[in-house]
Design a protein around this ligand. Structure first.
Ligand code: SF4
Length: 693
């Protein structure tokens, strides 16, 4: 029996597993004991990777939709030619930017970079990723505050921190391996603190829960910072030597008084002081955030308020500290650096001439092939499809008909398209069943490439099973499309995932994410490796954090305090819409739009098939709603949907919480975005509810 180590491609932990294989059949899947991420553990999703694409099997050849609603199976070359000719015809008729693409953090680094090469460099279309829905906020926050999109931590910091502050994060459900790392923390009297409007699974198991009013986090964080400054519970040496803009920040937040905090945020003065004292008394305080912060209308500034707390208290660049954003998808970090969508490969802006030259040299191309501006963001791509300016859309391994905020807007967009292509494992997603051309691909257990996880660790995905006859990987399909588009010598060096990795590696030379020392072949059966890792460097430690030398990537080398006035929710609460809808992950086994969840039998048997929503016990009583009764939820965006009521004391009276895994939930969220990151606001939608009689 052969043992093949590979990487889980569900969430951003990118755990490693040992697949025991005989005669092209997986006999067992066991978490890799020595892998520094999951250290012999695995959640139910990773442990069921062997079921990928076996229960719901798509065709292996592409298909085109016929006018009568049926479909015709095509040979791969015919599909590639059709794709190329349609894209060219539409561009000739409507202009270069009349075509667009939406990719995903589920693709490997190599697939992501190749689609960026084909669709941005050659085709000249716009290309954004579904990472816009989860990590765009952190990207912008890091770039502005640290000078580069650089999550500073290593997962070991969960075990080394005596004060762990989780903000808008629910790792017990969303990142179970992170919770296992927290449980590995053996520091006596350590404190686990959760700030969340809902008494989430993580809040229940934390030492302290701060039940904040939804979307008052920026007010709370500024008040906390002001109180720490007033008490002089800050690290003046660190501030003076390694940061800039502190005096301006101090002036900006001086009116955020502890005396107003309860009224504005729901957290009492005493509780706020208690938290400030814990931060002050902690030796190694770490701050962690995820979608509760990222998916808001003032999200970038909220993330930066967390960064401000870490740098003003000197809690960064040391073991067990940091302002740490937790990523969502398996390769969100890879997509941020190598998608060629908002910036050049390996980082750098499109208008930076020196960087253009350097990246072009690494790829062996002329710099003029690169776009001259960042892509249109996801929301604008959809708006331009609706307005008729964009006529063709290619989506890869994502399901926006379900996951897009205000998803009925995407349904409208699909109807406007002249050519809609979906590349996916499954032909029955809410998006793929509507497409003109369907391009089926193999699952991760049949393909190779690399992923970069939440702590910047590059890990290898190895084929565990061989592909069926005629089956292609995402990489094969994108390459086939590039050839059909006539890219010719522009595809030199892109022949295989291995060669694409070498190209990408070369683009990082001298950048903060320098990975010129990483050997693609040696990544197999390894512990993975965090960037940066430069050519010639010797690896001393498997777990490395950034900023230990207190040098940031800004022009001054200092971390920057960034702040802003508080914005009100652009959507107002009223008598018509008096409650707040919050959304997020439902259970450990459910994954995003539940397409893959179907491949985990135990989860599939247990989860609710109907969309459900959590409602406060007292509110339910007042409205005469009983547990498990159906209720109608009306959103300020004009949509309505039916949910089963789950009555609970773990949510306050003014808010309701619905899991994102149901299409009904994303029908209710609005077309409202953070100003800087354009990430949708999924967390604070005014709604009303009524009992269905
Ligand atoms: S925690 Fe994430 S990466 Fe690890 S096994 Fe679960 S889904 Fe996979």
């Amino acid at each position: 029996m052969e043992k093949i180590q590979s990487t889980c491609n569900y969430c951003s932990l990118a755990c490693n597993f040992d697949f025991h294989v005989e005669n092209n059949e997986i006999i067992s899947v066991l978490p890799t004991k020595e892998y520094p991420v999951n250290i012999g553990f695995g959640c139910i999703k990773g442990l069921n990777l062997d079921k990928q694409s076996t229960i719901y099997k798509s065709q292996v050849k592409p298909s085109i939709k016929l006018e009568n609603g049926g479909k015709k199976i095509l040979e791969w070359n015919d599909a590639f030619e059709l794709f190329a000719s349609k894209i060219k015809t539409i561009q000739e008729k409507y202009g270069k930017e009349s075509v667009a693409c939406i990719s995903t953090g589920q693709l490997t680094l190599e697939e992501m970079s190749l689609v960026g090469h084909v669709f941005r460099n050659h085709v000249g279309g716009n290309l954004d990723g579904n990472t816009r829905l989860c990590m765009a906020t952190s990207v912008v926050a890091h770039k502005q505050s640290f000078g580069f999109d650089a999550p500073p931590y290593t997962l070991k910091d969960f075990e080394l921190s005596d004060t762990i502050v989780l903000i808008g994060a629910n790792p017990i459900v969303a990142h179970p391996i992170i919770w296992s790392r927290i449980l590995n923390n053996k520091i006596k009297n350590k404190k686990i603190i959760t700030i969340d409007p809902r008494k989430s699974e993580t809040a229940i198991h934390s030492d302290f829960w701060y039940g904040i009013k939804p979307k008052t986090d920026l007010i709370f964080l500024y008040t906390l910072a002001n109180f720490l400054i007033e008490k002089n519970w800050i690290d003046n040496n660190y501030i003076n030597s390694h940061t800039e803009n502190f005096e301006e920040f101090k002036v900006h937040i001086k009116n955020f008084s502890i005396h107003n905090v309860e009224n504005l945020t729901g957290i009492s003065k005493e509780k706020t002081i208690e938290l400030a004292e814990m931060i002050h008394n902690g030796k190694n305080v770490s701050f962690w955030w995820t979608m509760g912060v990222n998916q808001g209308y003032q999200a970038v500034r909220t993330a930066q308020a967390i960064i401000n707390l870490a740098i003003m208290t000197g809690n960064i660049g040391r073991a067990g500290t940091g302002a740490n954003s937790i990523t969502g998808q398996c390769n969100a970090m890879g997509s941020r650096l190598f998608s060629n969508s908002t910036g050049l490969y390996g980082g750098g802006d499109y208008d930076n001439l020196a960087r253009r030259e350097k990246v072009a040299k690494a790829l062996g191309v002329d710099p003029s092939i690169f776009p001259t501006k960042p892509t249109l963001p996801y929301n604008v791509i959809i708006e331009k499809i609706i307005s008729g300016e964009i006529k063709a859309l290619w989506i890869l391994c994502t399901n926006p008909r379900h996951s897009w905020s205000n998803n009925s807007q995407f349904a409208q967009a699909m109807k406007n398209l002249e050519f809609f292509v979906v590349q996916d494992l499954y032909e029955d997603t809410d998006s793929s069943k509507e497409c003109d051309l369907f391009l089926p691909v193999v699952p991760s257990i049949k393909k190779e490439g690399t992923l970069i996880n939440t702590e910047r660790r590059i890990s290898k995905m190895n084929p565990v099973l061989s592909k069926e006859k005629d089956a292609l990987s995402d990489y094969d399909v994108i390459l086939g499309i590039g050839k059909a588009l006539g890219m010719g010598s522009l595809l030199n060096g892109w022949e295989t995932p291995r060669s694409a990795f070498e190209l990408m590696k070369n683009t990082t030379e001298g950048m903060p994410c320098d990975m010129t020392g990483v050997d693609y072949d040696k990544l197999s059966n390894s512990k993975g490796i965090q960037w940066p890792f430069k050519a010639g460097e010797i690896l001393i430690n498997d777990e490395r954090r950034l900023f230990e030398n207190n040098q940031y990537y800004t022009p001054s080398g200092k971390a920057k305090f960034i702040f802003e006035d508080i914005h009100e929710n652009p959507l107002k609460f009223s008598a018509e819409f008096p409650y707040i809808l919050n959304t997020g992950r439902g259970t450990v086994g459910q994954w995003h739009t539940q397409t893959r969840t179907r491949e985990i039998p135990y989860v599939e048997e247990l989860i609710s098939k109907k969309a459900y929503i959590y409602i406060n016990t007292e509110l339910a009583k007042e409205l005469n709603i009983k547990n498990q009764e159906s209720i109608l939820v009306s959103s300020i965006n004009g949509n309505k949907a039916i949910f089963v009521a789950n009555v609970t004391n773990d949510i306050s009276k003014e808010q309701l919480y619905a899991p994102i895994h149901y299409i009904e939930t994303n029908e209710l969220t609005p077309a409202v975005y953070d100003t800087y990151s354009k990430e949708p606001s999924y967390k604070a939608t005014p709604i009303n509810i009524s009992k269905i009689i």
